[in-house]
Design a binder for this molecule. Structure first.
Ligand code: BGC
Length: 455
């Protein structure tokens, strides 16, 4: 593994890209500089999204385009989820990793977004995205999952693609928030903390994938409605540091972090700011905010970036925010701040996020598409991305037999009354949803309808 790799200045990369694109156009081939060594052509830039043309996943794109009105967004780049060992090779009508990378070259794209998502004992605080590997199967994770992916990414053919890898969604913060000592603990998360396989798996993935100079690792960092509380904030950064220095990885293998993946937290709550005080009470005292330090994802991501740097990550890390489903537009969107006679009335009437409780995560009723993918939108933010492909379910509303290891989590059942992780509220999930990852037409329709910015 290479350490302390130099980062070239953004401008030199842009120049190189312009040059390679010009060459590719004149030669009629995918971007590549003749005679240039792959490593030299692909030296890391500060923000891989700056000036890049991201890959459009044709599989997602076709499903989106087949929906009424779907063509408004079907050319947007979305994440390619490697959610099982078989996804690397593909088959049964599904594209494998090489096919995606080849398709990216054909599109003359220069950035591909992958989701590394197959940890042992996956999704320890929920059931809907349980995976194929049992809690102890760390060796299979390394040899049958990470190693083959790393080998493909290291192929010189792909050296001019910037490959963004978002590493293990919704995993590490569970070790802080859902283990013994907390009211939200689950036995499965205790097991993953005790055996160390989340930490080892993430460390191994970062180190191995980070060997390719054109790979940009972004570690999943939950969202503000998970680690934005004082008890969880610094402790989560510590666990990320622990993972980033496990199994041969170093903090130099981490280009940044991604927040809000597959979640629904609003990007900016203009009507509910953390400093607002109403009738003598801080919004932090409201039922909705419940002492969190953040009311929205942007303020959280920027603050958490600083926390990560002070915990030992590089000072030039960048954040990604998944805005695929956090738009909360449509007719229910508040147009201004709520009344000021009572802090709860103020927050309830002003907040864009219409969830029943911020711990709700499955196929949320009322959600809309958020900001379209965009490079460098705000300080410290490398991009708004659509890592969770809009229209793909978070989990089934009732038990559905499947061969993917997916369980039935009642947080996806609209009749469920909740658990400690959503403070015993209704789940807020849409009815009739398929197994996680499967196409959910009704949800996609709703996301289009409630898009903000509107389509
Ligand atoms: C599922 C994955 C799927 C991903 C993207 C996750 O919830 O568990 O199988 O690939 O969502 O839709």
């Amino acid at each position: 593994m290479s350490r302390n790799r130099p980062r070239t200045h953004r401008r030199s990369r842009t120049l190189l890209l312009a040059l390679s694109t010009a060459l590719a156009v004149s030669a009629g081939t995918a971007a590549a500089l003749p005679g240039d060594s792959p490593a030299a052509a692909a030296a890391r830039v500060d923000n891989p999204y700056a000036g890049a043309k991201p890959y459009v996943n044709p599989e997602w794109s076709a499903k989106a385009a087949a929906e009424p009105g779907g063509r408004a967004v079907s050319d947007q780049p979305t994440g390619v989820w490697l959610d099982r060992i078989a996804a690397i090779k593909g088959g049964n009508g599904k594209m494998g990793l090489r096919q995606h990378l080849d398709a990216a070259l054909q599109q003359r794209a220069d950035l591909v977004q992958l989701v590394i998502y197959n940890l042992p004992g996956r999704d320890c605080a929920a059931l809907a995205s349980n995976g194929e590997l049992g809690p102890t199967e760390i060796d299979r994770y390394k040899k049958e999952y990470i190693d083959p992916i790393a080998a493909i990414l290291a192929d010189g053919k792909y050296a001019n693609l910037r490959i963004v890898t978002t590493v293990e969604i919704d995993s590490l913060p569970n070790l802080v928030t859902n283990t013994s000592g907390r009211p939200t603990a689950t036995p499965q998360c205790d097991v993953m903390k005790a055996n160390g396989n989340y930490v080892k798996g993430v460390g191994y993935a970062l180190g191995k994938l980070g060997d390719a100079p054109n790979v940009y690792n972004y570690v999943d960092a939950g969202h503000h409605g998970w680690i934005g509380w004082d008890d969880n904030f610094a402790a989560s950064a510590q666990v990320f540091r622990q993972a980033a220095t496990a199994e041969g990885a170093t903090v130099d293998d981490v280009h940044g972090f991604i927040t809000n993946t597959a979640n629904y937290s609003a990007l900016k709550e203009d009507n509910v700011r953390i400093g607002d005080t109403v009738a003598g009470r801080s919004v932090r005292e409201s039922k909705w905010v419940d002492w969190n330090r953040y009311t929205d994802e942007l303020s959280f991501a920027q603050a958490f970036r600083n926390q990560l740097v002070s915990t030992g990550f590089r000072s030039d890390i960048g954040m990604l925010i998944d805005t695929s489903r956090n738009g909360w537009g449509g007719s229910a969107r508040p147009t201004g701040p709520g009344p000021t006679y009572d802090v709860n009335a103020y927050v309830e009437a002003g907040r864009y996020d219409r969830r029943i409780h911020i711990g709700n995560w499955c196929n949320q009723a009322g959600a809309g598409l958020g900001e379209r993918p965009k490079a460098a939108p705000e300080p410290g933010i490398d991009a708004y991305v659509w890592m969770k492909p809009p229209g793909e379910s978070d989990g089934s509303s009732k038990a559905i037999p499947n061969d993917e290891g997916k369980g039935f989590d009642r947080m996806c059942d609209p009749t469920y009354e909740g658990n400690p992780r959503n403070n015993h509220n209704k789940s807020g999930a849409l009815p009739d949803a398929p197994v996680s990852g499967h196409w959910f037409s009704a949800q996609f329709q709703q996301l289009l309808k409630n898009a903000h910015p509107a389509l």
